[in-house]
Design a protein around this ligand. Structure first.
Ligand code: F0G
Length: 432
């Protein structure tokens, strides 16, 4: 029997089609099944044979690595490398991603009458979003395969992450963005990290379609979440969360949904832990979309996940302004295997949730706040019960979209007053 090595990168992987189940060892440039063109997922056949003792040992190894200063141990992704594609140490591109805080939400918990409400803040990653975990994994595979140029289409965060990790790896990066629909913080990041930024007169879905054609003719490695190695990095949030919760599985984990890879990755992480016997049950994973960009919510409502209902996306939560999500099949499978649901929330509900989080000192971007807005609906519908533990995954940092906040808080900005203590005290007496 093959076992997982405990001190070197782990089980070898293969790629399996999520549509027809065909297995292949290498992916083409588009990361599509050679038989039916559906998306691929990474699987580790050896893991099925892992003994329970070995699985328990993994928990110890992962914990020990937290105290190590080697980059591949300090990374909240590569620390779990037994459950990742094997990559030579010299090809690992890491900036200590992952390792994000799990925060108690006091006021929001009280308002919803939930005893245990937590936020896993993925906006605390090196470039300010959860994308860093996935990009670290996939760009390391790209480096190992000898690529010197990477690319993505993006609503903003992927572009920032790709640009930063490419710079660290000494690679060129190309990003295609929907002109006029990317929050300025994200655009500024991509430029500052040295990406070649092309703004296209279309939306995210249009950018991704163009990129599909580009990569077939141009030697750039695709780092969008069609790339199954992205999900391998992103799934590690489940491992880290379980460590932080002392391996007690929460009842619900709630994520925002755009292209639908992140909810899929989270589900994959929990399923792998269950298959290894490290957890006995799964949390219900629910996905929240903006009402103006709700293809999954409609797909579940209108045909129970059988056929994607595409929409013309429009929302001020620009990160999730996506109408034709690539990973919808994977996301439907996660909802079905964990018993989660997909809900959509209005622009007003997102804005209110974001300000509530802000008022308890937890900043995040609008897309992330959709999780709290969705939770409110799920509590009211009775899907989330008063005794249950809930974790919201906050996907992006507050400073990504400053314009959104300044607009929302415009009424709070006071007009300038004289630089004089009496004038200041007079004003304070009025407002306090
Ligand atoms: N939250 C934030 C902050 C995001 O940037 C994204 C996606 C999501 C949630 C949704 O994740 O697409 O895996 O369902 N942003 C992508 C980008 C599309 O290009 O940055 P998903």
């Amino acid at each position: 029997m093959k076992t997982i090595s405990t001190n070197s990168p782990a089980a070898t992987h293969v790629l399996r089609c999520v549509g027809c189940g065909a297995v292949q060892h290498h992916a083409d440039r588009m990361f599509r099944c050679g038989k039916c063109s559906e998306l691929l997922e990474v699987i580790y056949p050896d893991l099925a044979n892992a003994s329970h003792g070995l699985a328990l040992r993994l928990k110890e190894i992962w914990k020990e690595r937290r105290g190590s200063s080697f980059p591949e141990n300090a990374s909240g992704v590569w620390r779990f490398r037994e459950l990742l594609p094997q990559v030579e140490r010299s090809n690992i591109v890491t900036m200590c991603e992952g390792n994000t805080p799990l925060l108690q939400l006091g006021n929001s918990a009280r308002a919803l009458r939930l005893p245990h409400l937590l936020a896993k803040h993925q906006g605390m990653n090196p470039t300010g979003s959860f994308k860093d975990t996935g990009i670290s994994a996939a760009i390391s595979v790209a480096k190992a395969e000898g690529f010197s140029c990477v690319c993505c289409a993006s609503t903003g965060n992927t572009s920032a992450s790709v640009a930063a990790y490419a710079a660290r790896a000494g690679m060129k990066s190309i990003v295609l963005l929907p002109a006029g629909h990317v929050a300025s913080g994200k655009l500024a990041q991509a430029l500052e990290y040295g990406a070649h930024v092309l703004q296209l007169r279309t939306d995210f879905d249009g950018c991704l379609n163009v990129l599909h054609e580009v990569v077939q003719k141009f030697p750039a490695y695709l780092l969008n979440s069609l790339n199954p190695y992205r999900l391998e990095g992103q799934k590690t949030v489940a491992f880290e969360l379980m460590e932080q919760l002392d391996w007690i599985v929460p009842d619900h984990v709630i994520v925002p949904g755009g292209n639908l890879a992140n909810g899929s990755a989270l589900g994959k992480g929990f399923l792998e832990l269950r298959d290894l016997g490290l957890i006995k049950n799964l949390p219900k994973i629910s996905i929240i979309q903006a009402a103006g960009a709700n293809p999954l919510a409609r797909t579940m409502r209108e045909n129970q996940g059988r056929e994607l209902v595409r929409v013309n996306a429009e929302t001020r939560a620009t990160a999730i302004r996506i109408g034709n999500p690539a990973s919808w099949r994977k996301a439907v499978a996660v909802l079905q295997s964990t018993g989660g649901v997909c809900e959509d929330v209005s622009e007003e509900e997102i804005a209110l949730a974001k300000s509530k989080l802000g008022a308890e000192g937890i900043g995040c971007e609008p897309a992330s706040a959709a999780t709290l807005a969705g939770l409110k609906k799920l509590v009211h519908s009775g899907f989330v019960k008063a005794t249950e533990t809930v974790v919201l995954v906050l996907t992006g940092h507050m400073l990504k979209d400053v314009d959104y906040m300044l607009q929302a808080q415009a009424g709070q900005i006071s007009s300038p007053i004289d630089a004089d203590s009496a004038a200041v005290i007079k004003r304070l007496e009025k407002i306090l």
